[in-house]
Ligand binder design. Structure first.
Ligand code: 6GU
Length: 270
């Protein structure tokens, strides 16, 4: 996969030289290029921003340096059908999820346009549709100062899904969000640490019981921390053991969806 990132702070992307993603680049699995937006300016001051039409606080990124930068990237598109995907990190974008990471990991060419200040002149985003499939993407409902930190997160989430990047692909199957649930808790030696024991089932050697306990813990954690995920969970054809675990946690399956079980008469308040 080829990835191009444009930023006025190219040094911000230095962590992509480290660890798993750095190794993937060395191994030729990820062809990553970081570009300085100011290299595409033509004035003496290398200006990338200006005041907003209509007034208001802050500055807006000028269209022309972005058009020059994105044109040069579009020309580097690897052989093959389809446009490259241009991801525009923005708190006003669609949510970045594990499902979107899997979808983007299938692409041959991704580009990221890191905005700063109040954003990029909207006409660039419109124009970019001629060369790219454009996707404004948000990490979540909070505001960062620019797209760089979001790009670090997205490139890591996407890059680790590329074939050969994660040593043991099994570890991608058992992690949080891979099946719409949070991951179960994990433990290692010693079996007693500061008077705290590892859950005994994990020492039992009974692999069926262990799998069942882990599944129950996934449901318990998800119900406690992310009830929104449980309500979106496809409970259409769950094994009996899963339905029992969910009943214990106060959920019932209605039309293939999980719903909090209505309180039993003896549990009713007032
Ligand atoms: Cl992707 N960009 C910026 N600037 N802020 C964000 C974000 C992205 N996601 C959440 N907040």
């Amino acid at each position: 996969m080829r990835v191009d990132v444009v930023s006025i702070f190219p040094e911000y992307l230095a962590p992509l030289e480290l660890s798993l993603i750095g190794k993937a680049r060395q191994d030729g699995l990820l062809d990553l290029h970081v570009h300085d937006l100011r290299a595409f300016t033509t004035d003496r001051h290398r200006t990338v921003d200006d005041t907003p039409y209509g007034g208001g606080a802050g500055m807006v990124m000028k269209a022309e340096p972005w058009a020059q930068a994105l044109s040069s990237i579009a020309e580097k598109r690897p052989e093959g059908p389809g446009k490259p995907v241009l991801i525009v990190p923005s708190p006003a974008g669609e949510r970045f999820t594990q499902a979107l990471a899997y979808e983007l990991a299938e692409e041959k060419h991704l580009a990221f346009a890191c905005g700063r200040y109040e954003g990029i002149d909207e006409r660039v985003i419109e124009w970019a549709h001629e060369h790219f499939t454009v996707r404004p993407v948000s990490l979540g409902d909070y505001v960062l100062n620019g797209g760089e930190v979001a790009v670090l997160a997205m490139v890591e989430a996407i890059g680790r899904l590329l074939p050969g990047v994660v040593g043991n692909p099994e570890s991608l199957v058992e992690e949080s969000h891979s099946d719409g649930l949070l991951e179960y808790p994990v433990y290692t030696k010693p079996s007693v640490w500061r008077e705290r024991e590892v859950p005994p089932v994990l020492l039992s050697g009974n692999h069926g019981k262990i799998a069942q306990w882990r599944r129950h813990e996934q449901f318990r954690r998800t119900a406690e921390r992310r009830p929104d995920l449980l309500e979106a969970f496809d409970a259409g054809k769950l094994p009996r053991a899963d339905r029992t675990a969910l009943q214990d946690l106060g959920y019932v399956v209605v039309n293939g969806r999980l719903q909090p079980r209505p309180a039993r008469p003896e549990e009713q308040q007032d």
